[in-house]
Unconditional design. Sequence first.
Length: 112
Amino acid sequence: MRWMALKLLRLEHPHLHLITHGEGSARVHAEQLAMLGEPEGTVVRRLSAKDSADARAAAYRADVVVGTVDDFAIDLGRESVQGFTRDAAVVVDGPAATAHRLLSAYQTVQTV
């Protein structure tokens, strides 16, 4: 069901950020979405706060980027340096209210 929601949202927004509540959830979602999306040509990458700046920039170039609130928040305000925009976010499993500042940077936010 989530894959269908993402596919529909991608019709309007070519780059989506899927924000999860924790590391385990991010890993599982990235694996599942890659398995479903990559045969159709959708590039899915896992974003991690531990990654180098180059690895993070490469992840942001994917069609769907999966990470936790902290993974995405580390680049808040550095979008032009990393070469991406915060166009659309999909929130899975309701990250904590501390995500408010991060989510306010997106033009579109969808919860599933």
